[in-house]
Design a protein around this ligand. Sequence first.
Ligand SMILES: [Zn+2]
Length: 315
Amino acid sequence: MAEHPSLPPPAENQIYVTISALEGGSLTLPESLFITDADPQKRTTVPSLCFLIRHTSPESNKTTNLVFDLGLKRDFSKYTETQQHHIAQRQPTSTSPDTGESLRNGGVNPEDIGVVVLSHVHWDHIGTPSDFPNAKFVVGSGTLDLLANGGGYLYPKELFNHDELPFERTYELPPVNPQSTSAAKQQTEHKWEKLPAFDLHVLDYFGDGSVYIVDAPGHLFGHVNLLAMIAEGRWVYLGGDCCHDVRILKGEKGVAMYSDGCGGLRSVHVDTEAAEGTIGAIGRLMREVEGVEVVVAHDGGWRRANGGRFLPGAL
Ligand SMILES: [Zn+2]
């Protein structure tokens, strides 16, 4: 007779993870591109939050260090010319500390990171992958094609670095709805499923219910989020760029539409309708399920209020 919908209860001997926020640099966003009824002049400098998730297996006592998102690149000369042109409209920016430095400042060597999950491959989340020589890179379905070929006229391939990721260490998650039998076969390793009380597809990364990768379509091809259990009844939802302003999740603001320069309208999302579906699902999780804390990548208010939860602190 639960009054509130709830996520799965902990299993016997449930493993919980530790999550620490990491600095990933900052950038400046004009409000009018992101929320409805915006102040046309207002620009806000926001962080690009990254997170360290530590998972210890009880059998082997082995800890896996997983980093979700890498923030901004430390060396802007490594961005393509088209990316640099775009970044010029996002000034001021800062990259000190970046994710690698934030880890070291908290006592963690980037070489000890075993897994990097990228919410998506936009410039302000891709960071400096070469700082993580021992990590497996996990990206959402469609990411590799996007890096190689771009994604239509609003997402030309020049907006991405095609050789950004160490491909021999990169694993692309299978699509939620496989079109071909070969994709269906890949699903045996990692299988998408639905949890009670949550409308998006998830994949149980460690197989023990502690960390789920969430298929969060809309913002960019392959956009994924993370849902993790940090204690009994306490979950953290890392929303990446599902939206750029938490007022949208609360239902107080909508997704802004603006000219695409070709006579049509666009938003900051590649598929606005899908993004709104994703936002709706996360918003319901946030409002209706007890014990879930939602953090989106560019939430400056969260960063200001949670300084003690950055590495070596924890959520
Ligand atoms: Zn972003």
